[in-house]
Design a protein around this ligand. Sequence first.
Ligand code: ADE
Length: 330
Amino acid sequence: MTANAAQRLIQHYVDNFRRLPWRSPPEAPAPDPYRVWLSEIMLQQTTVATVKPRFERFVTRWPTIEALSAASGEDILGEWAGLGYYARARNLIACARELARLGAFPRTAVELRELPGIGAYTSAAIAAIAFGERAPAVDINVERVIARLHALKQPARSEIERLVMDMMPADRPGDFVQAMMDVGATICRPKKPRCGDCPLNVDCAAFASGDPESIPQRRQKAARPHQHGVAYWIERGGSVWLVRRPARGLLGEMAALPGSEWSEAARAAANAIGSIRHVFTHFSLDLSIVLRAEPEGEGWWHPIDQLERAGLPTLYRRAAKLVTEARLAA
Ligand code: ADE
């Protein structure tokens, strides 16, 4: 690889960087660590396009870590509703409380990694972007860029981190890691990489091979099992009965419609008014919606015309939509 590959990468970033609400422009003072942390948590498993408006809404409601750490867990989970992967939000709450106790953000990747919900990637990204530490922030996009540069079919994470560190300049490591992220997301795409536009094409062994798409080798995806469950729609005087899901397990602590346990053995309910199929990371679910008269267990009545403010995750928003559309059709 040529010595000035990093220089070309950064120049490309200066000329093309994506303006995102959690970023400072290249060469500007570093962004607020609160915003960097929040964006990195939101961006785990979620696209930039989805995160952008949700990030803006979140920081408008809670502009500082102090404001967030004083908020209730229920409000934060409600604000997260629809983004999925709710363990992120539960960890965010725990992390905000811990940061309030510490009084300031730790400034190094090693210390950041001690916090709830902050792993190897996130600690390095925050340290590099907010505090200017040379820390190897390797997400799936950066991994692909480096694997292709060096034509590594099945690289180990540690090898990628070492190669990122070899390439990272001493000056402005935050711009460097974000330049890597942008190239990975917009040019060095998994399929149909835009090698003609890449500032690293002259350095890239995968490009030279003529088949960059084949590197790195894709891992075989595990088959997704299928589950069934029932959700109850219990309505009275324009309100519907909602419950909070148990803290442990999928959608933990989120607002929900009451219902059965989900399982692979269960079958669709015979008396359902309809069902929805929802795909989670590790299984898909057919959720049958059954009308019931009497509430059961702990819960609360929520006005049906304000359901978008109930903090329901997407699964239950879809179930509610099915009920209201079935009613319109009747
Ligand atoms: N993906 C993860 N972190 C990101 C960031 N800081 N900017 C753009 N995309 C990202």
